[in-house]
Design a protein around this ligand. Structure first.
Ligand code: KG4
Ligand code: ZN
Length: 387
């Protein structure tokens, strides 16, 4: 028997099937775990819009920090326990003391972060933890805590590169900021110019060949008797000094290199101090601070602007402890605005080491599907972009 279906009945049948399927899908999509799928242009892929709460853990140097961040950009808590006072009398971080203090503080700090976020551990979807670069003993404490929790609670673990975290601090502060952009990462351990092509794609365009910028600040501060950490103290003293009082060298490399070198500058300052001491003359701390700071900032700004020009981007970001420097912020802003470029930087508490930036970086890695294995190890010399 032949059954013929009229075109009108066919269309009506298809339409009702389509509506029924759509309805069932809607129930499945909205009802199941409150997940809504949406195509995210910035990420270039489908994302589920269920809130994702990430517990970030940071112990790479002398700050024990834990934070809860929702959807990568909303900080629910950011607890930072600084060990600065413990290391101050040694003029720098003592690795063994740092590790022992992290062991003591890591769980209380995590608990406080959950409490301040009004969340129990079940509300956490992902655990993000710094696994390098940094002091190996210090890294191991946070990483072990993160891995232990991920294993016991059956939550995904995302290992985060510390510098990636510093860069990500800008996403927290500036909700509209998206790759591509150029970022100057200047901290106690690093001075890098990075092209951020995508949330998980980094190209190092230049880096220090010897001392990091923050390290130079710390060493000069110690030499002129200001104490540790030197960056903020030099910044403050420089505000009362004359940046043209002493002509310190600015090192630039041939062949278009965007690399930095601060050890020559450091030696020049130390020689200047020795000369005055030998002659029995007093030196002016404010003028030395201002002249030294200007020499560091001039090259940081020059190279960063050149990098932005090379990549043809309009946005420049600052990250890392030195990004708090007032001279760096104002000079980069001033010179960038003349070239029609925008400058972004996080507030000071997000510039220095903190776990919110780690949770934020973990979010973007997680959204790209980058989940770590539970046998992840601490990598003290981890390179940016390596996984
Ligand atoms: O990012 P961070 O907390 O730790 C590392 O990953 O190294 O950076 C600490 C560094 C220290 O060297 C400190 O002296 C420097 O950042 N720093 C500053 C300022 N605030 C912190 N350097 C210059 N000016 C500042 N205002
Ligand atoms: Zn750092």
């Amino acid at each position: 028997m032949n059954i013929s279906i009229s075109p009108i009945y066919d269309m009506g049948h298809k339409a009702s099937c389509f509506l029924l399927c759509l309805f069932i899908n809607m129930i499945l999509i909205i009802g199941y775990n409150k997940v809504i799928i949406k195509y995210d242009q910035a990420m270039g892929r489908c994302v589920d819009l269920k809130d994702i709460n990430i517990l970030g853990i940071e112990t790479s140097c002398d700050e024990t920090s834990a934070s809860v961040v929702r959807n990568g950009r909303e900080v629910l808590s950011n607890v930072i326990s600084s060990q600065i006072s413990l290391h101050q009398k040694y003029g720098g971080v003592v690795p063994e003391i740092a590790s022992r203090k992290h062991v003591e503080l890591v769980m209380p700090v995590i608990n406080q972060a959950l409490e301040e976020a009004s969340m129990d551990i079940d509300g956490i979807d992902v655990i993000g933890v710094t696994y390098g670069p940094g002091l190996v003993g210090a890294l191991l404490v946070g990483l072990s805590a993160g891995k232990g929790m991920a294993f016991a609670l059956n939550k995904p673990l995302v290992g985060v590169h510390h510098i990636e975290g510093h860069i990500a601090a800008n996403y927290i502060e500036h909700k509209e900021l998206e790759p591509p952009f150029v970022c100057l990462v200047a901290s106690g351990g690093h001075s890098h110019i990075v092209f951020i092509e995508d949330y998980d794609k980094f190209d190092i365009m230049g880096q220090t060949r010897d001392d990091a910028a923050g390290e130079a600040f710390d060493k000069i501060a110690r030499a002129i008797g200001l104490g540790y950490p030197g960056g903020p103290l030099i910044d403050k003293a420089a505000a009362k000094g004359n940046s043209k009082a002493i002509e310190f060298p600015r090192v630039r490399f041939d062949g278009g290199s965007l690399d930095f070198s601060f050890s020559g500058l450091k030696t020049a300052v130390l020689n200047y101090l020795n000369n005055l001491e030998q002659k029995g003359e007093k030196y002016n701390i404010e003028d030395i601070s201002a002249s030294f700071q200007q020499a560091v900032v001039d090259v940081l700004v020059d190279n960063t602007l050149r990098a932005a020009k090379i990549r043809g981007v309009r946005n420049i970001a600052l990250a890392g402890g030195v990004a708090s420097n007032s001279c760096l912020r104002s000079l980069l802003k001033e010179r960038a605005s003349k070239e029609g470029l925008c400058v972004y930087y996080p507030k000071p508490v997000l510039c220095t080491d903190n776990a919110a930036m780690i949770a934020c970086a973990a979010y973007f890695q997680y959204m790209k599907g980058n989940i770590s294995d539970l046998n992840l190890n601490a990598v003290p010399g981890l390179r940016l972009g390596e996984r």
